[in-house]
Write a protein that binds this ligand. Structure first.
Ligand code: ZN
Length: 408
């Protein structure tokens, strides 16, 4: 009987036929003996991640796959990114994505990344824990110029605009409420006060003065965007009874894992770029099955190559991934492997589309069908037929004999 599961998500893997690839998709065109061998022993199908006709974002599609209906659980980008930085949120917190930028004396943005500053810990330390009117500002460093920003206190709202104009040469925006609630008005006022106060502190900070003396730009302004309010909900273990972990290179995907209370496993060489060490990720994931029931693996680059409109590069990256797929010959006997994508990113469109993505379930007890290749059109003939993202977790539970009986 199956007891453990790996869910391997290739971001943006799905595509459309490409003339330059002989009318094949990058996945169909790539040399993929290992994907195909697995497909030959698996039950395959196509998945409309958010449902037919909905064009999925990466964050919402992952939530759907893991059984967290986006309409109910999606909190906006802020809380997910902040969770990925290891920041534990409390019910009612309003979280933002943050950047340290450089502004001049007129509050005009000179650089949104403070001269591509590499470590913002000295900046976050100077402002973390500030308090205004009973509300605390929590700031944690992210990679390079990025930071996670949380407002913690009573009576807050995420219905506020960004302070980040997203463009150099523009003055920073005053934060405004986006609805008529007193909570939104209060949050916007507080955020403006915090932004002004942090600028005052950062502008005088010795660390920034030293940067300027070396001819570097000071990180003297905290830009915030993507407000979202965190509401406590049952984490993955509580919901499904699985101890779970996340093996990912990209910040957003670690964020999704952390948001669902999965353990985040760092893998050296996992870069979320085409050069990422995929074999190291799969080896790590297989090892994690000793201590976890459920492993989420995320592989990013097929999506980026689709957004670049680079079908040959996408096919080459898929062939590289295929070599690593051979490692799943070592999947334990009680292990289930689910391979799919979060959405299609057709090279022709250079953006996400609603085209369904291939999916396969491989492991003891699955009803192996006649599909012998892992591709968009091959999987259309599979035993799973057309499913949605929300069908993945129930199917995993079903194969493990863990679904509750409906009726008697
Ligand atoms: Zn994606």
């Amino acid at each position: 009987m199956l007891k453990k599961a790996i869910v391997l998500i290739y971001d943006g893997l799905g595509d459309r036929p490409v003339a330059a690839l002989g009318g094949l998709t990058p996945l169909e065109n790539a040399k993929t003996p290992n994907f195909d061998k697995l497909a030959g022993r698996a039950e395959c199908g196509l998945m409309h991640t958010l449902g037919r006709g909905l064009r999925p974002g990466s964050d919402t599609s992952h939530l759907a796959i893991f059984g967290y209906e986006p309409a109910k659980y999606y909190p906006g980008r802020g809380p997910i990114e902040v969770a990925g930085l290891g920041l534990k949120m409390e019910h009612g917190d309003v979280a933002f994505r943050g950047n340290f930028g450089t502004v001049d004396d007129n509050m005009v943005i000179h650089d949104r990344r403070a001269g591509r500053i590499l470590d913002v810990a000295p900046l976050t330390q100077a402002i973390d824990g500030l308090e205004i009117d009973g509300v605390t500002l929590v700031v944690k460093p992210g990679t390079a110029h990025r930071a996670g920003v949380v407002l913690r206190g009573k009576g807050l709202s995420s219905a506020v605009t960004d302070s980040d104009p997203h463009e150099v040469g523009q003055a920073v925006w005053e934060v405004k409420p986006t609805d008529d609630s007193p909570e939104a008005k209060r949050t916007a006022e507080l955020l403006n006060k915090f932004v002004a106060k942090t600028h005052e502190i950062l502008d005088k900070l010795e660390f920034n003065k030293e940067r300027q003396s070396r001819g570097e730009l000071p990180g003297n302004f905290l830009l915030v965007r993507g407000a979202g309010q965190y509401k406590k909900f049952p984490g993955f273990k509580e919901r499904f009874g699985f101890t779970a972990c996340c093996v990912a290179g990209g910040g957003l995907y670690k964020g999704i894992g952390a948001f669902l209370e999965m353990d985040i496993i760092e893998v050296p060489g996992a870069t979320a770029l085409p050069d990422s060490d995929i074999e190291a990720k799969f080896k790590t994931a297989l090892k994690q099955l000793d201590s976890h029931d459920f492993v989420f693996i995320h592989v990013k680059a097929a999506d980026s190559l689709g957004e670049d409109g680079n079908p040959k590069g996408k096919a080459e990256f898929i062939a590289k991934c295929d070599k690593a797929m051979a490692l799943f010959d070592n999947l334990p006997k009680d292990g289930l492997l689910v391979v799919t994508a979060d959405h299609s990113t057709p090279c022709e469109l250079k953006q996400h589309s609603a085209d369904p993505v291939p999916v396969m379930f491989y492991g003891e007890g699955v009803r192996v069908d006649d599909v012998t290749a892992f591709g968009e059109r091959a999987c259309a003939k599979g035993g799973l037929g057309h499913i949605e993202g929300k069908d993945i977790m129930p199917q995993i539970q079903n194969l493990m004999g863990r679904l509750h009986l409906t009726g008697a």
